[in-house]
Design a protein around this ligand. Sequence first.
Ligand SMILES: [Fe+2]
Length: 260
Amino acid sequence: MASVVEKLIIQAIQTFSRTKAPSTQSFQSNFSQLKLLAEKITAEDVNLHESLSKYNKKRSSNGQDAPVTYIEIFENEDVTVGIFVLKSDTRIPLHDHPHMHGILKVILGTVKIQSYSALPNVKNPTPECLKNSIAGRGDFLFSESLKKQEIVISKKMPEIACTFSDGALILTPSDKNLHEIRCVEGPSAFLDVLAPPYSSSSSEEDPRVCHYFTEAPKTQIVSNEDVNPKEDHTWLLQIPCPKEFYCDTADYCGPVINLA
Ligand SMILES: [Fe+2]
């Protein structure tokens, strides 16, 4: 009998296969079923304990100690399924998932998730106009982001805390597509289903890459009728990947996935 992990992978392939191009209705139905399956997954189902004990042995022999560890379960050209493990007091910095869908299910510890939805109908400020307005303020990050026009105007969602007993969270190309994940009681771990994978090509970007952001403090947003954001708008500035964040890998030790 198929394990719950195998059922999840089969459903993920069916949901996100780009060769079959399902109707919107069948995509939504498949996506909902996939979310339900993700909500059934526990740390025991993926044998997380075994992965972590093997990882810890390897780490003590070669001294590696990354804040975040990734365990790949499955990846093809349409979807990637894996587990992120966060040590106590670490975070995956604010990042996006360009034109992607995702399902996130906590299976260990407690994380806090701060999500943002980009507002596509909100016109980006004119960089020239903003540059003039902030001239002399001397904020390097802000002015660099402006120069490159790498600003996302977004709606900030309420921060939520999640444990293994909570349901799965979803993100879509337009809804909650950016998030920061902080481990508040660790180690913590969550199952992550993403489609298409970051490495895959897209029409907008080739290859699809992850961008990192930081919130612009409100004090940096000048009072100017043309550029002053509305109360519930948050400006996100693209930044290089924060130095304290890096990821290593551990082996998947759960049930074998048989797709034959
Ligand atoms: Fe993410």
